[in-house]
Design a protein around this ligand. Sequence first.
Ligand code: SF4
Length: 329
Amino acid sequence: MHPISYLRAARVEAAVRAVQGDPGSAFLAGGTTEVDLLRQHVRTPRRLVDVNWLPLTGVEELPDGALRIGALARMSDTAESPAVRERFPMVAQALEVGASPQLRHMASMGGNMMQAVRCGYYRDHQAACNKREPGTGCSALLGVSRGHAVLGTSEHCIATHPSDVAVPFAALDAVIHTRTLAGERRYAFEEFFLEPGSTPDREHPLEHGELITAIEVPALPMARRSLYLKVRDRESYAFALVSVAATLSLMDGAISDVRIALGGVATRPWRAHRAEAVLRGAPATDESFTRAAQEELAPARTTPMNAFKPELARRTIVRALRTLTGSAS
Ligand code: SF4
């Protein structure tokens, strides 16, 4: 490992100043991804600026019913927050099925938003990877791609976004708050995660040294009845093959409002706008659920190894909606 110097930041402004003023510096929060990437020489900062001591750990209920989750709140603390569990159960559920207990105690919510893809080629220096080294190609296109994305892909990258909790955040229209030397910024969730297009190395619109300070979840009363359904190869410590975050409200048997987002199938946390459009105003029936799921997965592009994913995603969407409406068998 190359030499790395270390700085513990005591204030937000000092942390931002230290990293923005030095292209060789990087933030260190929980370190659950960053330290792996340092060991694998995927990231090679000269200095780590430790932000763990900044006062950004709170999970705060706002008067209008919204939540403000500090960027340094740990995954496990956030999952245990009564406000999260009562107002947004799909967020708590997504946190509880992510990673392992040890990682959840260590990993921060802001770091979760910034975690790197789990494509094996990204971490293998022998392999071509446009995300790690732009212009070298994408080994996954003709390689091992069982866990890779089928939505939001490009000919340059098909890596799946790995976060669980980002999926309910996408459904809830969360807002990411950041800090730069120029002041505070906020990003709508849909603007924050970029599809790979021709620049898969660019995953977020953040400047170098721009620090996530909080994630805000706007009030949404119907989300008190919501769920996160994750399908994976084994029941613990595994990434999603498909996941669905969903909530809906009914009026006279029809769906008056609905939010759905998908994980495990797309290059970013995937808001299911096409499915939502089918469902709004439709009767809460299996036929509507199936039509919505088909519409959402219609643009899917598969490889020979992940061709099972669209059907698995369709079935998982239908199952989530049946569960929410009490029609699950
Ligand atoms: Fe790299 Fe993306 Fe291709 Fe994986 S899918 S090898 S991360 S370019």
